[in-house]
Design a protein around this ligand. Sequence first.
Ligand SMILES: Cc1ncc(COP(=O)(O)O)c(C=O)c1O
Length: 395
Amino acid sequence: MTSSARPLLNRRLAGFGTTIFAEMSALAVKTGAINLGQGFPDTDGPEEVREAAVRALREGRGNQYPPGPGVPELRAAVTAHQQRHHGLSYDPDTEVLVTAGATEAIAASLLALVEPGDEVVALEPYYDSYAACIAMAGGTRVPVTLRPHEGVFRLDLDELRAAVTDRTRLLLINTPHNPTGTVLTRAELAAVAELAVERDLLVVTDEVYEHLVYDDATHVPLASFPGMRERTVTISSAGKTFSFTGWKVGWITAAPALVTAVRSAKQYLTYVSAGPLQYAVAEALALPDSYFTGFRDDMRARRDLLTAGLEEAGFGVFRPAGTYFVTTDIRPLGYDDGFAFCRALPERAGVVAVPNAVFYDHREAGAPFVRFAFCKRHEVIQQAIERLSTLRRQL
Ligand SMILES: Cc1ncc(COP(=O)(O)O)c(C=O)c1O
């Protein structure tokens, strides 16, 4: 401990204390509440992928530093996946970089591409690491708020255009979007792409929920629009697609100059990570289409179960078109402060949720919204619903 009055945490990170997930997960443990706060599945991904990891460990593949850009098998699998699912072709040697989860991909991209003073336009509410990473890069965050409209959070394209200034360096996009479950439409993405081209902006697009899209929504990668391939860093991760969030295997695909820039930052963050797991994820990415559709259909059934239960319990529900989160409005239950609601919920109903306000700069815009995760077993969701159904009676 220093005797100086100077705060230990530097100015860039002041205000970024413990994440809400740590606080809420600790509360879940303390109270024995069902944790629908944090987005991790309560069952592991495919057995054959786990076995592939064990094999790699035993056979000594990846137990020492793997190559900086990622093992060739995984880079090849990432490019094959982009081609098979999205019709995008990338060179595995120059256009892929394996990272420690999407989280490191986000950090390395922002640290590499943003100069102090640059503005970064991000959709609000945003995944919490965006704000911290923009701050660490010395950038200025310019949030564009998704607003509720007829049961869906929508991007206002005029607001997005108005947010871009001469100081804007990049657009940070996330679709399918956490926490709202919004999937940007082809027309919206085309407008985002046009804006990026017109204003000569870089785009970092977080598409970790690319396979979790329901009903008639479709996921269209931003990199597939005219003029976007050379200016877009696309981020994804095995954590979400294969239910191995603890493995922290992610990647970017981008044009060679962008990959080189991001790699310059990444090499001083972790250098490399998860050697044997990279081989296993290479096998996972090659799973047949039935895995991906089965995973999506299974998650859609859980969405339907939880959204129906939340509606029944009296919440306003924004039915998500993608991701494994559902945002709710607590005002119909007689509350308007998501923070207070979530802090009290474990004691009152034995369930943990997350207040959306933590994902906003404009806290008031997110105040009445609360997020639940449905990547949990049916019986767990069912039990949570039963507990939540007591809330109305407590009014
Ligand atoms: C939008 C979004 N991006 C990135 C991540 C982090 O991904 P990873 O666990 O691969 O670092 C998450 C995890 O919840 C997320 O929701």
